[in-house]
Design a protein around this ligand. Structure first.
Ligand SMILES: NC(=O)c1ccc[n+]([C@@H]2O[C@H](COP(=O)([O-])OP(=O)(O)OC[C@H]3O[C@@H](n4cnc5c(N)ncnc54)[C@H](O)[C@@H]3O)[C@@H](O)[C@H]2O)c1
Length: 255
């Protein structure tokens, strides 16, 4: 049976780890060729080695999504390798502790921690969309999934920079969905709850029990549980889905 993404060419940012890696692997399983892009070039190469050793077709690209020139080059290299860009998963992201001490209330947060977060988690998504869409318009369509978060839909104390960036991703997604609906380009976001990845490992060591009281399923998700939805959202099966926020969170948002 043909895979959900048979013959398609895809780009995944943040593909060196966690949700991005699991999604790149799932996309290849469903028949796609995948460009795996990440700031951590070694990690992207590891993902690609995993894929290619099991018979898939992937390339590794180094990118800082906050750098427009690097994003432009990332899209151009994907096109050089595969000739098309059918699916893009704009997923690279950082946590508050990557740009400051983390765990701070709004009045304690530095301007640098706020701007540093927005540069990656919001402007990074904007830059990727801008250059992906410019190409997709020329080829007659495509599907984009951005990684937002439950933090794109609700407030979380002591993470104002992260929450603001993820709410911004939801806004970018909805606006682009409206702008390109007539061009065959679908734009959606996925809103994961707490997922077990290297990003959440440090916080979970301290706050697992406390956080799980807010999750009806009382467990963390795993990256593969996000990947399966993203693959489907990128596929032609999701042909009437655009501008949507797909929550996958063990019930957090419903509670
Ligand atoms: N893990 C969770 O609980 C959770 C929940 C909701 C949303 N998210 C979002 O999911 C996405 C993936 O996170 P994850 O949990 O897999 O974390 P992760 O740390 O395992 O993966 C994130 C990847 O993004 C890369 N990256 C960071 N900054 C970059 C940059 N400037 N340019 C290119 N690559 C960069 C990292 O090197 C890393 O490989 C992020 O956008 C995150 O905000 C995660």
């Amino acid at each position: 049976m043909a895979g959900l993404l048979e013959g398609k060419s895809a780009l995944v940012t943040g593909g060196a780890s966690g949700i991005g890696r699991a999604t790149a692997v799932a996309m290849v399983r469903e028949g796609a060729r995948v460009a795996v892009a990440d700031k951590t070039a070694d990690g992207a190469a590891e993902t690609v080695a995993m894929i290619n050793s099991s018979g898939g077709q992937a390339i590794a690209l180094a990118v800082d999504v906050a750098d427009e020139g690097a994003v432009q080059t990332m899209v151009a290299r994907t096109l050089d390798a595969f000739g098309r860009l059918d699916c893009a998963f704009n997923n690279a992201g950082i946590a508050p502790y990557h740009v400051g001490p983390g765990g701070q209330r709004t009045h304690e947060m530095s301007r640098e921690a706020f701007d540093g977060m927005l540069a990656v988690n919001l402007s990074g998504v904007f830059l990727c969309m801008k250059h992906e869409i410019a190409h997709m318009l020329g080829q007659g369509g495509g599907a984009i999934v951005n990684t937002a978060s439950i933090a794109g839909l609700v407030g979380l104390a002591t993470a104002a920079n992260y929450v603001a960036a993820k709410h911004g991703v939801v806004g970018l997604t909805k606006s682009a969905a409206m702008e390109y609906a007539q061009d065959g380009i679908r734009v959606n976001c996925v809103n994961p709850g707490y997922i077990k990845t290297p990003m959440t490992d440090p916080g979970m060591a301290r706050r697992y029990e406390q956080l799980m009281t807010r999750v009806p399923m009382h467990r963390l998700g795993v990256p593969e549980e996000i990947a399966e939805a993203v693959v489907w959202m990128c596929s032609d099966k999701a042909s009437f889905m655009t501008g949507a926020c797909q929550v996958i969170d063990g019930g957090f948002y419903a509670a």
